[in-house]
Design a protein around this ligand. Sequence first.
Ligand code: MN
Length: 315
Amino acid sequence: MSTDDDLLIFEAAESTHVGMLREVNQDAVFLTTDVFVVADGMGGHAAGDIASALAVASIADMIRMAGVDDLVDAVKAANKSIMKRAESEPELKGMGTTVVALASFIEADVQHLALVNVGDSRAYRFSGDELSQLTDDHSLVADLVRDGMLRADQAEHHPQKNILTRALGIEHDVRVDSWVYQPVPGDRYLLCSDGLFNEVSEVGIADVLREYSNPDEAVAELVAQANAHGGRDNITVMLVDVTDPSATDPGDGRASEEDVIEPEEAVATEEPTEEELHERQLSASASDVPAARSEKFSLRRMFRRQKGDSNGSTH
Ligand code: MN
């Protein structure tokens, strides 16, 4: 078995901000020492806040994290709890949320990072001075780019860029993309809502990650730049630095053969189809309610998290 001495640790920082134009922050963020979640809620009144908080709470309540399937199941549980709430409270009809989450687990004595995504929040990895987007956006515009119908630069300012093709709270069965990576000391994983990358270019994001080695300073600078560029949406940024606590020299301390295993790219857990295009403000088709999970996704707990983890309003 691994001893604690062998384990990498994850030094994380997050910042969430309402932005310059919106009145409410409907993004939600949650982190522990080894679970990291960003969600971007949508829906009128309090609905978007509730959807993103429910997503975060479902992942926070994961009973075990023994593999990527556990994280996928937590996202599916989040979807069910959001749909159940929307069906039981008419004023919440149409609420939905994105979710992107990273969590570490140990399998056969080896540490891994599981990543899941639904919607158009993103995960990036900054490694070897290069920033790569790990997730695919589930949006109409991203589909058009993938199909060669739009160039990336045309997509950036496309009027329909806010139309999502997948989100939690839309359908009883949600397809969850998932990947497994090998954590490498020095790598930085960035989770963010679209309020960041719609305002700050990837070149700009990489510049900040290069310049600010302290994760708290890096997330603060990214949020500040998003606001300086307009801050037209809520902005949430979480940075997760993979760190070897036993390395004396962070540069080349303990590189072993294990550290250089290539990331294992897993495919989406289910095959995408092309049928659904959903607007962000979309009415949930509320018919047969699935048996809900336990009471642990309760409103009180959710608001407690929301208050603690973001500067959102208190209700
Ligand atoms: Mn957003």
